[in-house]
Design a protein around this ligand. Structure first.
Ligand code: FAD
Length: 328
């Protein structure tokens, strides 16, 4: 980012902070100006072309509630509080073609003790594939070893969001503690399942039978965290299909999990030049990059690194073509 800012400074680009876009003037698919709110008052900025890169609507708790209902109140926003979807909404209201499902998003399971906004990368928990995950009733609800972690970590926020009160617990035992990134908040530690159940407020009877049932279902295999190994359970609903090892080496460790929303997939439709598609045809001089158009690439699911890739690749494409408009 420092080198990007330095390059902008060399080109004479002025960066304005504390400036919220609250209005867009678009006539017949042509951008004319943006209304910007600053501490000293509102101003209108006119331009020959514009690149929209104002993120998704992940920080807008009311918009999330429209999609997720009551569950949204328990979401934690991993990043900036400023991605409220204002520009996305302005564009959709101005007749931009929407793309992507509002309910689809990148959401990971994060430590429930994280702050409501801006907790960042450190609140993510990567213990999930190494143990079991139970909901507040003490029941497992998904295959914790479904696939390589970078391919499936981003579905766990949605999975936790679908559980009662949007809370779950990742439980591991002491033999795997060195195999995942250290947590920023300390684990809840207990010597027995009953003791752990009391500490995390989950019914002890159910948690005991969940762990015992899991342990009995584990089949012998060769544990390999770096491969889709053959350590799996048999006869469970749901089964754990890789990295299944008995929880049998105290102390037991638990981490409370909440849905941590990273970014939403609903966006404006763009063509291959990152030009926004309006209901009546292509916009003349409006381009979009990053989360605001992520739904063109991401239908559902995620692969690690794609968020930054969309921003970088379409930032370059949008910038190039927006500059091209100036030369016309
Ligand atoms: C905690 C965390 C970890 C992540 N880890 C990864 C990772 O490891 N790999 C990866 O590929 N991706 C990761 N991502 C996702 C990636 O960071 C984002 O997808 C990417 O930064 C999006 O870029 P963007 O430019 O679209 O939006 P942003 O970088 O979010 O920028 C949008 C900007 O628009 C501003 N804005 C919003 N509304 C307005 C308005 N009305 N007026 C003016 N300004 C406005 C915001 O203040 C913000 O500065 C992570 C995200 C988070 C939050």
């Amino acid at each position: 980012m420092n080198s990007a800012y330095a390059a902008a400074a060399r080109l004479g680009v002025r960066v304005v902070y504390n400036a919220e876009v609250v209005g867009l003037s678009i006539r017949d698919g042509r951008f004319e100006s943006a209304t910007v709110r600053r501490p000293e008052g509102e101003a209108e900025i006119r331009a020959k072309s514009v690149v929209l890169a104002a993120g998704g609507f992940e920080s807008n708790l009311e918009w999330l509630a429209d999609v997720w209902g009551e569950a949204a109140k328990n979401f934690i926003v991993r990043g900036t509080p400023y991605n409220t979807g204002t520009v996305l909404r302005l564009m959709l209201d101005a007749g931009a073609e929407p793309v992507g499902d509002p309910a689809q998003c990148h959401a990971v399971a994060i430590d429930a003790r994280a702050p409501k906004f801006d907790g960042g990368i450190v609140t993510r928990l990567d213990s999930i594939p190494l143990g079991i995950v139970v909901n507040k009733h003490g029941d497992r609800f998904y295959d914790e070893g479904e696939d390589y972690w970078p391919k499936c970590y981003a579905i766990w926020g949605r999975l936790v969001a679908q559980q009662p009160d949007q809370i779950a617990y990742s439980i591991v035992d002491s033999k795997v503690v060195d195999r995942f990134m250290p947590s920023v908040f300390p684990p809840i530690v207990a010597q027995t399942i009953r003791e752990l159940a009391a500490l995390i407020n989950v019914p002890a009877g159910t948690l005991t039978s969940t762990v015992e049932g899991f342990n009995m279902a584990v089949r012998p295999g060769h544990f390999d965290h770096q491969a889709l190994d053959d350590c799996r359970t048999e006869g469970l609903v749901p089964n754990k299909t890789h990295w299944a090892q008995r929880l049998d080496t105290p102390p037991l460790l638990a981490y409370p999990l909440r849905p941590g929303i990273t970014f939403t997939y609903l966006g404006v439709k763009v063509d291959e030049r990152a030009r926004v598609v309006m209901k009546g045809g292509l916009a003349d001089n409006i381009f979009a990059a990053g989360e605001i158009m992520a739904g063109n690439i991401l239908g559902r699911g995620y692969v690690a690194g794609v968020g930054m890739t969309i921003g970088t690749v379409f930032g370059e494409i949008a910038g190039t073509h927006a500059a091209g408009v100036l030369e016309q």
